[in-house]
Design a protein around this ligand. Structure first.
Ligand code: AHG
Ligand code: MN
Ligand code: MN
Length: 325
């Protein structure tokens, strides 16, 4: 395994002697600095008095935790300090913020994913998406295919940054004594065939028929049409569930359901689904919303939600077949 640092990786990400675009590299390095800061806060938990509610709500009507707010503020300050972010948008803020006029990139983030797991010492993370800057009010409403880079940092037993610049997926583990992100994964590929699914089963009675049919097939095991036994995992931090899928395969689903039929799903397209979908596609997987590939969705709103099914190619293709049956 290579022992390149993130900085060294960005100086030659494809191994052909060509560096990543300078301003993009500086933004990703700054992002990794913020992830180190957030990781430190997360690791200290109660000792830093950062657990629990912030006593406020966000634009989605969700309760904000102290760490949601701290991570958001850290990332917004970072976006400003880089000088390469024209505007930034966060899951935790009502509107996008104009940052540096004329700068080349737009930054979007879910500052702290898996908020319900903060107090129980279970993995959480930060998800980010970088788009090319555009003029006009709807500059952010670009499809996921336009992303210049996307990634996440999972704060788990290790702090791991997973990144794509649109040419494969690489992983970097933070080395606590130095704080350096050191490359620990290159050209990550999701196994095409797997036997693991992730979905919140408590919503089963609300699912659409094709989702129900897919999980029924999985549960039928080797006696059913899939002729294999499946295992199930649900961490309830998308970042940790997707990290497992990228590492050893499987499918992650947070599909539309009938609880609130007018709501397309729980997860957010711009802060969660698009960056994760780019990573998954770059690792050879697929990502589907029930009608199309998630990266092909033309966004209509910064905070729009979406039905999400992503992971190993064979599993997502089975879901796609059931949705078109
Ligand atoms: P966030 O903490 O950013 O609001 O996201 C939480 C999301 C996602 O990480 C996770 O997969 C899902 O919510 C869990 O939802 P349930 O509690 O409904 O299972
Ligand atoms: Mn989230
Ligand atoms: Mn969040």
């Amino acid at each position: 395994m290579t022992t390149r640092t993130l900085r060294e990786y960005l100086a030659d990400p494809k191994g052909d002697g060509n560096p990543a675009p300078r301003e993009l590299a500086s933004l990703i390095e700054a992002m990794s600095d913020s992830c180190r800061t957030i990781s430190y806060l997360v690791s200290r938990g109660a000792l830093a008095d950062v657990l629990g509610s912030a006593g406020t709500g966000n634009v989605q009507g969700e309760e904000q935790k102290q760490l949601d707010v701290l991570a958001n503020d850290e990332l917004m300050a970072m976006a400003k300090s880089t000088g390469v972010v024209a505007a930034a948008a966060s899951e935790e803020e009502d509107d996008a913020r104009a940052i540096t006029p004329g700068a080349p990139y737009l930054l979007l983030f879910d500052p702290l994913d898996g908020s319900s797991n903060i107090e129980v010492n279970v993995s959480i993370g930060t998800i980010f998406s970088i788009l090319p800057a555009k003029a006009g009010e709807n500059a952010f409403l670009q499809s996921g295919r336009n992303q210049a880079a996307a990634g996440y940092c999972v704060y788990g037993p290790q702090t791991t940054l997973v990144l794509t610049l649109g040419q494969g997926v690489a992983a970097f583990t933070m080395d606590p004594p130095t704080g350096q992100f050191v490359q620990t994964g290159a050209n990550i590929r999701i196994p095409e065939k797997t036997k693991e699914f992730a979905i919140n089963m408590s919503n089963m009675r609300h699912w659409a028929d094709p989702v129900r049919a897919y999980i029924d097939e999985c549960l039928a095991g080797d006696a059913g049409p899939r002729a294999k036994n499946f295992n199930m995992r649900w961490i309830a931090s998308m970042v940790a569930d997707v990290h497992r899928v990228l590492t050893r395969g499987g499918v992650f689903m947070y599909p539309w359901d009938k609880r609130e039929p007018g709501k397309p799903g729980k997860l957010r397209l711009m802060y969660e689904a698009n960056p994760m979908s780019l990573l998954v596609e770059q690792a050879g997987g697929r990502s589907f919303d029930g009608t199309q590939q998630i990266l092909d969705i033309q966004p209509t709103g910064l905070h729009q939600r979406v039905s999400v099914m992503l992971g190993s190619k064979e599993e997502v293709e089975r879901l796609e077949a059931l949705h078109s049956a």
